[in-house]
Ligand binder design. Structure first.
Ligand SMILES: [Zn+2]
Length: 280
């Protein structure tokens, strides 16, 4: 009996010790867990601190670094105002020029006309009006033939000089704005670009091709608006290629209404702007 009672006491003591160990282990796990959690929280807090403040710090310093550089750059160009759109009409003047001018006037729009010499000779009437109504001139050459225009540096300069001669005879003005036939790519080689630049010409391409010459209907307006929204989203100033012709005139008002309703200001290119050029 006594032996049995002694054995029972030992078993109970052993059981109590086991329970103590289990309890102590749970307490230890809880303490370690809490310490670990607090360390993780601190780490996350630190990380948040870094993520929040580092980019701002970098942005401030990059801006500071860039400012003196801008001052050393040539200051011949000016930035166009916000919401400006440049409408450009190639290949004119034509029998539609006067009607185009009237429409532009109705919407307080100014534009740039890249004109061909034979067309200037044929339709000089609208050209004086262009001056009076604040539009600008550009040269588009004489032949509008890629083979003869781009034959050599002297053929290019010859056509441009002839363009200015005719322009001056009709309007009393010359221009340094040029758009070479079919755009500068692929025809304007590095040498050609250098030569026209040295002569003081400003070579303008475009970043929106209305494809009015191809559609010949209202689809050119829809396509232009679609491209315009993309160009604006990319933060670029829209320069739209149009043509001085009847089928363009027929749907031009829809484009002007869209531009006016969306707060755009339609301006003429000038010789203080840095030209948009295709990458050769
Ligand atoms: Zn053309």
């Amino acid at each position: 009996m006594a032996k049995e009672r002694g054995d029972g006491m030992r078993r109970r003591k052993k059981l109590i010790r086991t329970h103590e160990w289990v309890f102590m282990s749970i307490v230890c796990i809880l303490i370690i867990g809490l310490l670990g959690y607090s360390e993780i929280t601190k780490a996350i807090d630190n990380e948040e601190y870094i993520v929040t403040f580092t980019p701002e710090k970098e942005m401030c310093c990059q801006l500071k670094k860039e400012q003196p550089l801008r001052l050393t750059e040539p200051t011949v160009t000016v930035s166009p105002p916000e919401n400006v759109v440049y409408l450009t009409f190639d290949d004119g003047p034509s029998e539609s020029t006067e009607a185009i001018l009237s429409l532009l006037k109705r919407y307080q729009a100014r534009a740039t006309f890249f004109m061909l010499s034979p067309a200037m000779e044929k339709y000089p009437e609208g050209m004086k009006r262009m001056v009076e109504e604040g539009h600008s001139f550009g040269l588009h050459g004489v032949s509008h033939n890629a083979k003869s225009f781009y034959e050599s540096t002297s053929s290019i300069l010859g056509e441009l000089t002839e363009g200015n001669r005719v322009l001056e005879r009709i309007t009393g003005k010359q221009t340094m704005l040029i758009r070479t036939p079919y755009g500068s790519v692929p025809y304007m080689t590095k040498t050609y670009r250098q030569v026209v630049k040295e002569e003081g010409y400003l070579l303008w391409d475009w970043n929106i091709d209305s494809r009015d010459w191809e559609y010949k209907d209202v689809r050119y307006v829809q396509d232009t608006i679609y491209q315009l929204e993309q160009v604006v989203r990319e933060g670029k100033v829209p320069v739209i290629l149009l043509h001085d012709k009847k089928s363009t005139l027929d749907h031009l008002e829809r484009l002007l209404v869209y531009l006016q309703n969306n707060g755009y200001v339609m301006e003429a290119l000038n010789e203080h702007l840095s030209p948009i050029q295709f990458k050769s």
